[in-house]
Design a protein around this ligand. Structure first.
Ligand code: NAD
Length: 480
């Protein structure tokens, strides 16, 4: 069986404790590879390698660093099909989605930050005629990049690309649930020409190596994407140690539909924003608010469209939904559907596990599920489910829907569907979220600030925000 290895100081190496965890294909329920169950010793080796590499990497000309990032982008695209298949097997997502979204975006992340860093500049502040202040931006040192399982290579590279571009050395910790494409990336790193120790990838569990990373004295910054509870734990550890923190956490995003919207476009996009990647995208709109006059038409059409979605083998190009990432996560989703029933909700469609034939007979599949009849305040409408489950909620007017949209502890993203742009701007201003889409969803421009408010996170990724996060500003005041 294939054994994934850590990538430390430029070499693929087994974990010090020679212990491994099972890595399961969620579509078959079968263990198909082994992942290092690394511990603090592997973290120590990785951090020391990064620390030793830092002085040279930090002083490597920006153009050379950018060239290495471009090599990564090129290698990812050359291996697109293999990486997409690996992502699909590891995560359960449809291979078509991995081919069209996850892997191209991983390449784009490297390309984007290669170009961004050569165009990055800092400020100067002339103080009348008395002095000139200028800001130096220097890399931080060794940084930790910790990523989740839902968009494995996409989100891992979204962190390591800006960190490396800015001149930091990285210890990356991909999710233990989906380690494969980060491992394949470490093989590509050797070909991309990245110097030894600049990028290190250590595999293992959050409690063992994630926490060893976040409390380590040589880690100057932590870029984390994952659940809100994990983010809180990391903040508790890192705050007294004064480490820089970027936390991208959970969401319970409202999708607000006014009767005057472009109906066909809204319906097609709402289907995607509800069920793409089996609803396991932090930006999915899981609470769908519909203006009352449109409610019954929308409900009928949406349920009909959801019923046509094919839940199937992720390797098949015909599958719209693949497998849920793990058995534990499937059980979590099922428990929320049970909760929705107990809270008085009506399951309009779905609600059940899907049993497939053939090689997927033991896989973890779930029907796209649409629920209505629940108040915005109930737990089903307040807590993140992170699966193919949405609720429909009617609303009377703008004021009411604003209050309901803002009623959760989360504030990641929101979508507004209306042809009335004055209203759209007004709503966009008042919705508590870091990202607002008007008449679209997941339309991404990598220059824009990305992140959430309230329990959805602290800080922003993307564009200049990421380069600012991964550098330390220092003001120099020169008297004239
Ligand atoms: P998770 O918090 O369980 O794990 C994320 C990563 O943190 C994994 O690599 C894990 O091993 C590690 N980890 C766990 N405990 C740790 C600890 N104590 N110290 C350090 N690291 C630790 O999240 P998940 O289940 O992998 O991902 C799903 C969650 O991620 C959802 O809540 C989703 O909304 C969120 N998410 C947010 C965004 C965003 O941009 N805001 C994007 C994707 C996913």
């Amino acid at each position: 069986m294939q054994k994934i290895q850590n990538f430390i100081n430029g070499s693929l190496v087994p974990p010090e404790g020679v212990a491994y965890l099972n890595n399961t294909n969620p579509a078959t329920g079968q263990v198909y590879s082994l992942i290092p169950d690394s511990d603090h010793r592997d973290i120590e080796l990785a951090i020391n390698a990064a620390d030793a590499a830092f002085p040279v990497w930090a002083n490597t000309p920006v153009a050379e660093r950018a060239d290495i990032l471009l090599n990564f982008a090129k290698l990812i695209l050359e291996n697109l099909d293999a990486l997409a298949e690996a992502e699909s097997v590891d995560n359960g997502k449809p291979v078509a989605l991995a081919k069209s979204v996850d892997i191209p975006r991983a390449a784009d992340n490297f390309k984007f930050f290669a170009h961004a860093i050569v165009n990055f500049s800092s400020e100067a502040h002339p103080t009348e005629t008395r002095a000139i202040n200028y800001t130096l931006r220097t890399p931080l040192g060794v940084v930790a990049c910790i990523s989740p399982w839902n968009l494995p290579l996409y989100l891992f590279t979204w962190k390591i690309a800006p960190a490396l571009a800015a001149g930091n050395c990285v210890v990356g910790k991909p999710s233990e649930v989906t380690p494969m494409t980060a491992f394949l990336l470490s093989e590509l790193a050797q070909q991309a020409g990245i110097p030894k120790g600049v990028l290190n990838i250590v595999h293992g569990t959050g409690p063992k190596i994630g926490s060893a990373l976040t409390c380590h004295e040589k880690i100057s910054a932590i870029s984390f994407t994952g659940g809100t509870l994990t983010g809180a734990e990391i903040a508790r550890t890192a705050a007294p140690l004064f480490k820089k923190l970027s936390l991208e956490l959970g969401g319970k995003n409202p999708n607000i539909i006014f009767a005057d919207c472009n109906y066909d476009e809204m319906l097609a996009t709402t289907l995607r924003s509800s069920f793409s990647n089996q609803g396991q995208i932090c930006l999915c709109g899981s609470r769908i608010f519909i203006e009352k006059s449109l409610y019954s038409k929308f409900k009928n059409d949406f349920v009909e469209a959801a019923n046509k979605l094919v839940v199937g083998d992720p390797q098949s190009e015909n599958s719209n939904l693949g497998a849920i990432v793990s058995e534990a996560h499937l059980h979590k989703i099922q428990s929320y559907i049970q909760l929705a029933r107990e809270e008085g909700g009506t399951i309009l469609t779905g609600g059940n596990r899907v049993n497939l034939d053939g090689q997927c007979k033991d896989g973890w599949f779930m029907e796209p599920t649409v629920i209505d009849g629940l108040p915005p305040s109930c737990r089903t409408n307040q807590e993140e489910i992170f699966g193919p489950v949405v609720t429909l909620i009617p609303f009377e007017n703008e004021k009411e829907v604003l209050k309901q949209a803002n009623s959760t502890k989360y504030g990641l993203s929101a979508t507004i569907w209306t042809e009335n742009l004055t209203r759209a701007h007004r709503m966009a201003n008042k919705i508590q979220a870091g990202i607002i889409w008007v008449n679209c969803w997941m339309l991404r421009d990598l220059r824009t600030p990305f992140g959430g408010t309230k329990s959805s996170g602290v800080g922003r990724e993307g564009g200049l925000e990421a380069l600012r996060f991964f550098t330390e500003p220092k003001n120099v005041c020169v008297k004239l």
